[in-house]
Design a binder for this molecule. Structure first.
Ligand code: C2E
Ligand code: MG
Ligand code: MG
Ligand code: MG
Length: 296
């Protein structure tokens, strides 16, 4: 008994909903297959498999501070899928732990390989989702991967968003402490976007704070937003944290962030995320001497 017009609108709406739901379902199944094909985690990449891209992070001296490992997935039929789409999907389908394990092992293995070849990639950062953080045995798994790959714990940094803390204060601290005991560094990612109370910062043993790119993007030419980045940086320094600015795209942003006192810069201005086989040439180019793209 829906009216004719309304029925039409409803029909289109339902069709759209169905298509979105179908894509999610199909992507979920494909992601599961991709992860299964990928097992063991250090199997050579195959068609439709997941891979790791590395985005350089540059220090104030223009030298390489480290690399952030970012998940990449190209489906043979659907093409490249963005992590913004498949990470939440992995969480919903109970696959995030497996994906996280793959990323960790691959990143540590790549890092150890570069070190063995006489190339220092600095710290390698791996993103850990809040859900993954709460799977029991995380620290044991991290310890095992470090031992098996030979990657130095001090060179591994785990990036967590502040949502990890929401309502889980007592649960999360012991996990953080165990990870710290391994020697691993901990970074708060996308800082300022999670609506959490600031008290989570001093309560957990963070080493690094990453200012979200939404602040960086708008700070040039906007004194109020610049004031925000300045305050975040000052606060982080007060807590003895390394400050990384995310999403640095323009030279003016780099200059401003340097003036403010940020320690490390990451963004398209310096380099986009690159496949692992492009890392050695980038590191060689940025080594002692004159870094490319970094004249200023
Ligand atoms: P994130 O951890 O904050 O990673 C930084 C994102 O910003 C990356 O997007 C990177 O490509 C992008 N980016 C870097 N510089 C710039 C810039 O100058 N401008 C702009 N517009 N973007 C820039 P990506 O690779 O698409 O990843 C998106 C998000 O997906 C990540 O944000 C992270 O939250 C999540 N993610 C990616 N890989 C993993 C993973 O292995 N595990 C988990 N749990 N999450 C991951
Ligand atoms: Mg990150
Ligand atoms: Mg981030
Ligand atoms: Mg982000």
């Amino acid at each position: 008994d829906v009216k004719q017009g309304a029925k039409g609108t409803l029909g289109i709406y339902q069709e759209r909903l169905t298509r979105a739901a179908q894509r999610r379902l199909s992507l979920g199944l494909r992601l599961r297959e991709a992860l299964e094909r990928q097992m063991p985690e250090d199997a050579p990449p195959r068609d439709g498999a997941l891979s790791v891209a590395y985005q350089p992070q540059i220090g104030r001296d223009g030298r390489l501070y480290g690399l952030e490992a970012l998940a990449r997935w190209t489906d043979p039929e659907l093409g490249q899928i963005s992590p913004a789409e498949f990470i939440p999907l992995a969480e919903d389908h109970g696959l995030i732990d497996r994906l996280g394990r793959f990323m960790l092992r691959r990143a540590c293995r790549d890092g150890a390989g570069w070190l063995a070849a006489g190339l220092d990639p600095g710290r390698i950062s791996v993103n850990v989702s809040a859900l993954q953080m709460r799977t029991p045995g995380l620290e044991r798994r991290v310890a095992r991967v470090l031992k098996e790959t030979g990657f130095p714990p001090r060179a591994l940094q785990l990036e967590l968003t502040e949502t990890v803390f929401l309502g889980r204060e007592s649960e999360v601290l012991p996990i953080f402490e165990k990870l710290k005991a391994l020697g691993v560094r901990l970074a708060v990612d996308d800082f300022g976007t999670g609506y959490s109370s600031l008290s989570f910062l001093p309560q957990l043993p963070w080493d690094t704070l990453k200012i979200d790119r939404s602040f960086v993007a708008l700070a040039v030419g906007d004194p109020r937003r610049r004031a925000l980045v300045t305050s975040i940086t000052a606060m982080a320094k007060g807590l003895d944290l390394t400050v990384i600015a995310e999403g640095v795209e323009a030279p003016e942003q780099h200059v401003m962030l340097q003036e403010i006192g940020c320690d490390v810069f990451q963004g398209f201005l310096f380099a986009r995320p690159m496949p692992s086989n492009a890392v050695p040439a980038f590191c060689a180019g940025i080594g002692p001497g004159d870094p490319p793209a970094l004249a200023r």
